[in-house]
Design a protein. Sequence first.
Length: 365
Amino acid sequence: MSNRFLNLSTPGIAGLRPYVPGKPVEELERELGISNSIKLASNENPLGPSAQVKKVLAGEIDDLSFYPDGSGYRLRNRLAERHGCDPVCITLGNGSNDVLDMIARVFLGEGSEAVFSQYAFAVYPIVTQAVGATAKVVDAKDYGHDLDGMLAAVTDKTRVVFIANPNNPTGTWLDAKAVRAFMESVSRDVIVVVDEAYFEYVDEADYPDTSTWLSEFDNLVVTRTFSKAYGIAGLRVGYSLSHPDVADLLNRVRQPFNTNSMALAAAEVALADTQYLARAIDVNRQGMEQYEKAFQQMGLEWIPSVGNFITVDLKRNAADIDKALLQQGVITRPIANYGMPEHLRISIGLPEQNQRCIEALKNSL
Ligand SMILES: *Cc1c(COP(=O)(O)O)cnc(C)c1O
């Protein structure tokens, strides 16, 4: 598509291909002339928001004429208690994507490099390219991050390394020993972002909670989100944990009211709602087993995942299967944009949704 203003934009933007989100359900249903579709395409929480979140949001409505608390004072204090750190270590974002963007704007630019893995989360190349920095993409190992390869790719121009643990769209994860070894080997002048968007779902003994390593590594930035296990993706709230000096720099580019009042109130409640979280994790574990069992029966290979989604190898053009699934009202995510044209990423839903997806897949293959 030609764009008359392209040559007026910065070189980074001119070369950028935007993130393509899944289509809204309503639009898709209209296009296909169907109703009653299910969306298993964006790793959203199938439980919907918790009752407590809905209640607190109703109470917030009368205050919508006021700006939100730009410092996010209360939520940051709750998060600081949770993580056992000082509130100054916490930077709130309009989703954790916002924080990733701030990191790029602070530390990357023309002439500098960001290192991340092949198949890594799509936002890393976008925020890197947007500021005109160079992406060093390191070949994946068994679909996961090759930390030795990533370490070897670091040069004196590298300012940021992005590590998704677990990674989306592959669901692969790195153990504590591997991440720690990386932190101990990499230059302290390289910001290492460990993106833990799916932290709450991971049930592996060797999976690291890197938020507890902040006092050891001042170049470590950990990102978390309320979009997945906490079930409020639509409100957009995420955050980073970092050294106060990193947080100070992030705050220089942060929009003063980036996290809105509904999001602040809901996140505070969601953080305390341990019952909802436990249910979300339980439903996810059951759903994961459901898909694994079905794929096994169907003779399909999948990438073992510790997230709230599973990526299956269809060994044929996944776009065709995606179309066939759409006709049956099942929305999943083909990931050709990640260089995986024969894989399909399916977000774990409620048991009956998963069953419907499995049936539709059987019909389509
Ligand atoms: C979903 C996801 C996020 C979270 O994005 P938000 O902006 O917080 O909604 C971050 N990183 C990865 C790898 C993800 O898959």
